[in-house]
Design a protein. Structure first.
Length: 265
């Protein structure tokens, strides 16, 4: 799981060591499991990660703009993008060849090295930051940098996109949510909360409670437990009426209940 937020200290109260018993089953959703992971970390080592929810923010985001990018009238941009894709594919192939040499015993930290292609995607996105195909490159590069803990590089790529994607609410929601996690990792809680406030107020936001949950986590870790509890209760008592996915809305409420249980114990 990508770690977007730096760790903030929690009270090492031994009484909290058995607050929850996160039994994992096939019925556990991604949202529930990320909550379990975060709280287990808090119980075990006095630290918690609130970036777990933001970590999935830009997963799949590229698919929302890929078709628009690839069907662009500007064939020059598409060709330039395709050349970078070739570099990316070569890096993937090199990884697969090396992986086969381990014969199933690869080191746990062994992963693809996309340094060259991601640097090219990054430069491409900055050059064409007002084009859909540029956003596609930015999403791809930012996702990689976040996975490597290079949040500064991800932020440098994502921030320009926000300015140019005002007409695309889903892009705004997901990118601003991700940036909020990065700002919080820099201990800039105000900027993080400001981004989430914008996200919550976007009319076309399908899951406003997603942003509220991250806001509650940031408030708690910045010392404002009382306000965090209010937000969690708001999530539980409300519903994402605009949501196109009732199951996702329910999952977020379940995650809020898990956090509420932890904070009140």
């Amino acid at each position: 799981m990508i770690r977007l937020l730096r760790n903030l200290a929690l009270d090492n109260d031994a009484s909290k060591s058995n607050i929850i018993n996160p039994k994992r089953s096939s019925e556990n959703t991604l949202f529930e499991e990320t909550s379990y992971k975060a709280i287990k970390i808090a119980q075990r080592s006095k630290w918690t990660l609130i970036g777990l929810i933001a970590s999935v923010a830009i997963v799949g985001l590229g698919f929302l703009i890929y078709n628009q990018a690839m069907t662009s009238k500007n064939q020059k941009l598409s060709k330039e993008y395709s050349l970078i894709e070739e570099v990316f594919n070569k890096e993937s192939l090199d990884y697969q060849k090396k992986l086969e040499l381990f014969k199933g015993n690869a080191p746990k930290d062994f992963s693809p090295d996309y340094t060259k292609s991601m640097e090219q995607f990054s430069q491409f996105s900055k050059k064409y930051d007002s084009e859909a195909i540029g956003w596609q490159a930015a999403i791809k590069a930012a996702s990689y940098y976040i996975s490597k803990g290079l949040n500064d590089k991800a932020k440098e790529i994502l921030e320009p996109i926000v300015v140019n994607t005002g007409k695309y609410p889903i892009l705004q929601v997901q990118i601003r949510t991700t940036l909020s996690g990065i700002y919080a990792s820099e201990k800039n809680e105000k900027k993080a909360l400001d981004e989430l406030k914008i996200v919550e107020e976007i009319p076309q936001n399908p899951l406003p409670n997603h942003a509220r949950l991250l806001r509650a986590q940031i408030l708690f870790l910045s010392g404002n437990k009382e306000e965090a509890l209010k937000v969690l209760n708001q999530i539980i008592s409300s519903s994402d009426s605009n949501s196109n996915s009732a199951s996702q809305a329910s999952d977020i409420q379940q995650q809020a209940k898990i956090w509420l249980n932890y904070l009140e114990s």
